[in-house]
Design a protein around this ligand. Structure first.
Ligand SMILES: NC(=O)c1ccc[n+]([C@@H]2O[C@H](COP(=O)([O-])OP(=O)(O)OC[C@H]3O[C@@H](n4cnc5c(N)ncnc54)[C@H](OP(=O)(O)O)[C@@H]3O)[C@@H](O)[C@H]2O)c1
Length: 244
């Protein structure tokens, strides 16, 4: 059966691993044909992950979109619905972070973070949830963070945005339970991705890898429709990395 799956921020890091894990699952499961819509702002990243997913047998489409621009987020939703007529799974993964001491955060840092993590996530979800509600089926994953429930000293605005996403998750869940839509809040600790910039080997050894997050997500999606994995919390075995 074909599943229309949108992965935002699919070009790098966790989103890239999620897209690839869905494609791999399609190769191993004759009843699961993923049609992956891969979105980010960088076409070269999207083209390379698209090729990797196609090599696993998945159908893919790449869409360059800046979710921090509301008209583009809404345009992405309309494009998917016009082209495929439906959406089965939305993975709200695209996110940004600027990590600095409180005193160094600028208004531009604030607006940049909130535009993608909160505004973009909200309006994309709003547009696609409407269709899932009507269909009485669908699954939305939110890749929030352990920083959605715990403060880190150099992450003030990032934490604000992630605590805010948590508010959205819990609100959407109230609607979703009434219409058979599944909601999963994915809260990873530190994962080795481009978001962290350059890190040395010792630091890297304290982190998880993107595929460690991707596989539980795909497993949650492939649960029987009667079952929702509501929360996935994944931490490095040695605990959270402190930022002080
Ligand atoms: N890495 C961690 O330790 C960690 C831990 C917990 C939660 N998370 C969360 O997991 C998610 C993915 O993080 P990551 O570490 O994989 O980050 P990453 O390596 O920086 O990748 C982020 C992806 O999102 C895309 N993106 C960013 N802003 C976008 C926008 N406005 N519109 C469309 N695409 C956008 C990026 O591509 P372009 O820049 O090309 O658009 C990129 O493909 C984020 O929500 C992050 O907060 C990460």
């Amino acid at each position: 059966m074909q599943h229309v799956i949108l992965v935002t921020g699919a070009g790098k890091g966790i989103g890239r691993a999620i897209a690839f894990a869905f494609a791999q699952a399609g190769r191993h499961n004759p009843d699961f044909d993923p049609l992956l819509v891969l979105c980010s702002r960088s076409i070269t990243d999207l083209e390379s992950i698209s090729l990797e997913c196609r090599a696993e047998g998945a159908i893919t489409e790449t869409v360059v979109c800046d979710l921090g621009r509301i008209e583009e987020a809404r345009g992405l939703a309309s494009h998917i619905l016009d082209k495929y007529g439906t959406i089965d799974c939305l993975v709200n993964n695209a996110g940004v972070g600027r990590f600095k001491p409180l005193a160094d955060i600028t208004e531009e840092d604030f607006d940049f973070t909130m535009a993608t993590n909160l505004k973009g996530t909200f309006f994309l979800t709003q547009a696609l949830f409407k269709v899932m509600e009507k269909n009485r089926s669908g699954h939305i994953f939110f890749i929030t963070s352990v920083a959605a429930g715990k403060a880190f000293k150099h992450s003030s605005v990032y934490c604000m945005s992630k605590f805010g996403q948590r508010g959205l998750v819990e609100t959407v869940r109230l609607y979703a339970r009434e219409c058979n839509v599944r909601i999963t809040d994915v809260m990873p600790g530190a994962v080795y991705t481009p978001m962290w910039g350059v890190v040395d080997d010792d630091f890297r050894s304290l982190m998880m890898m993107p595929e460690d997050i991707a596989h539980p997500i795909v497993q949650a999606y492939l649960q029987p429709g009667r079952t929702t994995v509501e929360e996935i919390v994944l931490r490095p075995t040695r605990g959270d990395i402190q930022d002080e």
